[in-house]
Write a protein that binds this ligand. Structure first.
Ligand SMILES: *Cc1c(COP(=O)(O)O)cnc(C)c1O
Length: 357
C-alpha cells in the first residue's frame, strides 16, 4: 500500500532525493567508490559542498556578505552557539513553545535574556504580538515555525535590533528576505535532508563581537574561515540536501514551493473547519502551513485513537499529535504531495459519515 508520510521530523523526503542518495552510496559521481567511503576533501565531494552552498544562496536569494555553513549538532547546538558568539550582555527572545524555551535556557548561560512575548498562557496556540524590544538588546531571537503547536510567523518581524531566527521547521518553505537577518539556522531534517547537518546562514560581520574566548568548534569564525571543512562535515546528509535543492530548483524555486504549500494547508484546514468531528488547536491567524495540529471536538473525543487506526488502514503515517498537545498533527513539509493531503481529507470525511451523531 502507498504510504503517506505525515511525520514531524525526520520526515518525508522527495523520491528524487532518496533515489539519488542510494545511487551515490553505491557509486559516487562515477568514482567507483561509495559516498560513504570517499574523502570529504576529494575533488568530487568539494564540488558537492560548493554546489550545495551555491544553490542555497541562489534559491534564497542571499545577498553578499553572508556565509552558508554546514554544521553538526542539530538546531539544538545553535541554541548555545548563537549566544556564545553573539550575546554580550542582553538579548530578547519570544517564548513560543518547546524549541524557543530550549533556546532561551541556553542563552541564559551567556547573559541576560528578556522574554519580550510569550504564548505559554494558552499552551502556545498563538504567536505573541505587539511586543517591544529594549534598544540595548544585542539581538532578537524567534522561532518562525513552532513544530509542536502548529503556529507560524510568516512575515519577518520588524525590529530595531539584529534579528536571529530558528527556521528549522519551515526552512525554504516560502521566500524570506535574508537581508533582514543577522543569522538564520535550521536543522536539515524537516525540509531538506536526513538528520545530521544544520544549515547556518550568517552575516560575516556579525560574528566576533562577543568579546569572550570561544572554543574552536563552537566559533562561527572557524567554520567561516574553513568553509565548513574545519573537521569532517556530515557528508551523506549534505549530499542528500543537495539532491533536494536541485529538485527545488527544478520545481521553480521557493515561490512555487510556497504556492504548493499554501494549497496543501488550505485543503486540510478547510476540511478541519468544515467537519464537525475535528477542530484546529492553533489560532486561525497564526496557523502553520507546515504542521497542522487538530483534535476531535468534545462530542467525538473518544474516537481519537480509532481515527488513528482508521488512518493506518489508508497508509496514513505519523499523524499522532505531540504528547504536549494531543490529538493529531499532520506535517505538510515541502516534499509531501497534495495527493497525500487529499487521502487524509478523504479519510476524515469517511470517518465523519461513520460516526456523525
Ligand atoms: C526539530 C526542531 C529543533 C531541534 O532540532 P535538532 O536538529 O533535533 O536539534 C529546533 N527547533 C525547531 C523549530 C524544530 O522544529
Amino acid at each position: 500500500m502507498k504510504k503517506h508520510n505525515f511525520y514531524a521530523g525526520p520526515c518525508i523526503l522527495s523520491p528524487y532525493t532518496i533515489k539519488n542518495t542510494i545511487a551515490a552510496i553505491e557509486d559516487f559521481a562515477g568514482t567507483g567508490l561509495s559516498l560513504l567511503e570517499i574523502s570529504h576533501r576529494s575533488k568530487p565531494f568539494v564540488a558537492v559542498m560548493d554546489e550545495t552552498r551555491a544553490l542555497i544562496k541562489e534559491l534564497m536569494n542571499i545577498p553578499e556578505g553572508y556565509e552558508v555553513l554546514f554544521l553538526g549538532g542539530g538546531a539544538s547546538m545553535q541554541f548555545c552557539m548563537v549566544p556564545y558568539n553573539m550575546l554580550k550582555k542582553k538579548a530578547a527572545y519570544t517564548d513560543t513553545g518547546t524549541w524557543a524555551k530550549n533556546a532561551i535556557k541556553e542563552a541564559r548561560f551567556f547573559g541576560e535574556v528578556e522574554v519580550v512575548g510569550s504564548s505559554a498562557d494558552k499552551n502556545y496556540n498563538y504567536i505573541p504580538k505587539g511586543y517591544s524590544i529594549p534598544a540595548d538588546c544585542e539581538y532578537f531571537h524567534y522561532t518562525s515555525n513552532n513544530t509542536i503547536y502548529g503556529t507560524e510567523v510568516l512575515d519577518t518581524p520588524e525590529v530595531n535590533v539584529p534579528l536571529i531566527c530558528d527556521m528549522s521547521s519551515d526552512f525554504m518553505s516560502h521566500p524570506v528576505d535574508v537581508s533582514k537577518y543577522e543569522l538564520i539556522y535550521a536543522g536539515a531534517q524537516k525540509n531538506l535532508g536526513p538528520a545530521g547537518v544544520t544549515i547556518v546562514i550568517v552575516k560575516k560581520d556579525a560574528v566576533g563581537k562577543s568579546g569572550r574566548p570561544i572554543p574552536t568548534m563552537l566559533n562561527y569564525q572557524t567554520h567561516i574561515d574553513k568553509e565548513s571543512m574545519f573537521n569532517t562535515p556530515p557528508v551523506l546528509p549534505i549530499y542528500s540536501c543537495l539532491m533536494t535543492l536541485r529538485w527545488y530548483k527544478e520545481l521553480g524555486g521557493l515561490k512555487e514551493i510556497e504556492k504548493r504549500n499554501i494549497a496543501k494547508a488550505k485543503l486540510l484546514y478547510d476540511e478541519i473547519d468544515r467537519n464537525e468531528l475535528f477542530m484546529g488547536t492553533a489560532e486561525m491567524e497564526d496557523r502553520s502551513r507546515m504542521n497542522v495540529c487538530f483534535v476531535m471536538t468534545p462530542p467525538y473525543k473518544e474516537f481519537e485513537d480509532e481515527f488513528i487506526k482508521y488512518c493506518d488502514t489508508k497508509g496514513i503515517m505519523g499523524l499522532k499529535g505531540h504528547r504536549s498537545v494531543g490529538g493529531f498533527r499532520a506535517s505538510l513539509y515541502n516534499a509531501l504531495p497534495i495527493e497525500s493531503v487529499q487521502v487524509l481529507v478523504d479519510a476524515m470525511r469517511e470517518f465523519e459519515t461513520m460516526k456523525r451523531k
